[in-house]
Design a protein around this ligand. Structure first.
Ligand code: MLT
Length: 321
């Protein structure tokens, strides 16, 4: 191809891309959820898929692509066509910490994604099997130390937020339980209910209905403030364990290279949805904390991601991962 032809082809391509971005979306899309159905990531991802479908006029569906602490789904999303039709509802683990746990990670959390928008933050609960004879952190520590060789902890894969939350807890109290990996915290919760797993550190959306039903005990919320939904559950700070502080962000990302106009359309749709009173009520009823508008857009999410990468690198490296 001559230089002239090449330039003409590139211009045509650029024109097409611009036009495509303007028309976006002309078909349905997929929101990858990198964890099992029924857990916090899945519930959040489904709320987002519904928002995009309603505000963009095309159907966005959730696909659960699970494994390796969310990194299987995140790798798929990073390698997807950057056209706005494949997105990922990721979180602090997949998009700010995974590279600390997987030296050969198939994606760079920052360089391979275009941030679209922050969805919510979800403080974690220390959720324990109801037969465990402990009703607060102090009693839990005593029980865990006395039974250390038998204690097991469930998590959603190395590098997931349930893994990171309990890593902070276990390091602070000095226990090394047997770690049992699952594809998400929904199956961990089932194992806790069945009595085969002793505890996990789960974003509040997961354990909340079970704690309310009295089938699982919540011994602490890993936050400076109590949740209005569980006012009787004291914070880790109140119980003298500020190291157990984990309220991961959940956010929407597109593959790097997605046209800016498409990212902007997605971000605007997400923002509109998060402003709807019904969506705000649904997320609040689940225990999720929606960020104020100034913290939500692509730029703010990019900044949050950079800050979280720096914070987690400093926090988790000395903790011995
Ligand atoms: C889930 O939805 O299973 C959890 O949010 C995953 C995790 O622990 O990172």
């Amino acid at each position: 191809m001559t230089k002239k032809c090449m330039a003409a082809a590139l211009m045509l391509l650029a024109g097409l891309t611009g036009a495509q971005a303007q028309d976006f979306p002309t078909k349905g899309g997929t929101v990858i959820v990198p964890f099992a159905a029924g857990g916090p990531a899945d519930i959040t991802g489904r709320i987002v898929a519904d928002i995009l479908s309603r505000h963009l006029g095309q159907s966005f569906v959730v696909e659960n692509v699970v494994g390796a602490g969310g990194t299987v789904g995140a790798t798929r999303a990073a390698r997807a066509n950057p056209d706005g039709y494949t997105l990922i509802s990721g979180h602090m683990g997949t998009h700010a910490a995974a590279h600390l746990f997987y030296p050969n990670l198939g994606y760079d959390p920052e360089k391979d994604f275009a941030p679209v928008g922050l969805i919510a933050e979800q403080p974690e609960l220390l959720a324990v099997r109801k037969e465990i004879p402990a009703n607060n952190l102090k009693e839990f520590v005593a029980w865990a130390k006395a039974n250390e060789s038998k204690v097991n902890m469930g998590h959603a894969g190395v590098g997931s937020v349930s893994y990171i939350g309990c890593l902070l807890l276990n390091n602070a109290i000095g226990i090394k339980p047997t770690l049992v990996p699952f594809t998400g915290t929904a199956p961990v919760m089932n194992a806790i209910l069945a009595g085969t797993v002793d505890y996990d550190c789960d974003p509040i959306l997961g354990p909340l209905p079970h704690v309310r039903a009295g089938t699982v005990k919540a011994l602490a919320i890993a936050s400076k403030k109590r949740s209005p939904l569980l006012p009787d559950v004291p914070t880790s700070y109140e119980q003298g364990l500020p190291e157990f502080d984990c309220a991961p962000f959940y956010a929407l990302f597109a593959p790097k290279g997605t046209p800016q106009a498409v990212v902007d359309k997605l971000a605007a749709a997400l923002a509109k949805g998060l402003d709807e009173p019904a969506v705000q009520k649904r997320l609040a009823d689940l225990g999720a904390e929606i960020a104020e508008p100034a913290r939500r857009g692509p730029k703010a999410l990019g900044e949050l991601q950079r800050k979280e990468i720096a914070r987690l690198t400093a926090l988790l490296k000395p903790a011995g991962k």
